[in-house]
Design a protein. Structure first.
Length: 275
């Protein structure tokens, strides 16, 4: 059964947890979708884990559309969220609505996500008014990395904690259907979750959020350049891949692959008639 924004609304109402993972290609999206995930986020984190950038700032709309299209083909039941990249919604409401529309018409996403608090509420409202569902994102917002001074936990003092709460309420009022809370203290995330009528999706925000999201390369041990504190490794797929690749190399070198069952036959009489 297809997950929609109503799935998120009903889960919050019924106290049911929501599950979200990233994906950036057809094959991975298909596997994640078959496992029964509620939502797939095509995150701008693809800049780091797929394209090898140091951060997310170099990711373009064309990058995001390209990967979102692939994910949408593989995800039959999960809600597909397109992550609006840096400067795709910061240059004015018109640009923001057009770019959000591209995610829907070209990328075949079901909704979009964007970072920021009160300062982007007019953008959120305009996108929602254009009949495009929006997920907010507060706390550590990677596109604001330079302004935040690096990857740091947000909302640890009274002033910043109050701001995150106010931003969350404003985003809800602007029409967002959910909010990602990244790298905020667990008790603050719990308080925000209690205050909101829309679900919170935590990443480094504790157990009391309405749902959780992780980058799939992190939780499967595929990406080792940097591992955040909040990541739990649920499998060591990276080690298994290395083992399999090394076994393939060895098999080619010692001529144990390909074997007879991997080859195709031709009649010997035909071979004899050839040069």
């Amino acid at each position: 059964m297809k997950n929609t924004v109503l799935t998120f609304k009903d889960a919050k109402k019924n106290g049911e947890k929501l599950t979200m993972l990233t994906a950036y290609d057809y094959t991975t999206a298909k596997i994640v979708d078959e496992c029964g995930i509620n939502s797939i986020l095509v995150g701008d984190s693809l800049g780091m884990v797929m394209l090898g950038y140091e951060d997310t700032l170099s990711v373009t709309m064309d990058d995001m559309i390209h990967h979102t299209k692939a994910v949408a083909r593989g995800a039959k039941n999960a809600l597909v969220i397109g992550d609006m990249p840096f400067m795709s919604y910061n240059t004015g409401i018109r640009d923001a609505v057009i770019n959000a529309g591209r995610f829907m018409s070209e990328g075949r996403a079901n909704c979009v996500k964007l970072e920021g608090g009160k300062e982007v509420c007019d953008v959120i409202k305009a996108i929602v008014d254009a009949k495009i569902p929006v997920c907010g994102h507060l706390g550590l917002t990677p596109q604001s990395l330079n302004a935040l001074g690096g990857f740091k936990v947000q909302g640890k003092d009274e002033e910043s904690a109050k701001k995150i709460i106010e931003d969350a309420l404003a985003i809800q009022e602007a029409g967002a259907f959910a909010i990602v809370l990244e790298c905020v203290p667990d008790k603050l995330a719990k308080r925000i979750t209690e205050l909101l009528d829309i679900p919170t999706i935590g990443i480094g925000a504790g157990l009391d959020c309405d749902g959780q999201v992780l980058v799939y390369q992190d939780m499967l041990g595929l990406y080792s350049d940097f591992t955040p504190k909040f990541v739990k490794r649920f499998a060591n797929a990276g080690d298994e891949m290395r083992k399999g690749i090394k076994s393939y190399i060895d098999a080619v070198m010692d001529c144990s692959f390909p074997e007879e069952q991997h080859t195709f036959k031709i009649d010997d009489e035909i071979i004899k008639k050839l040069y």
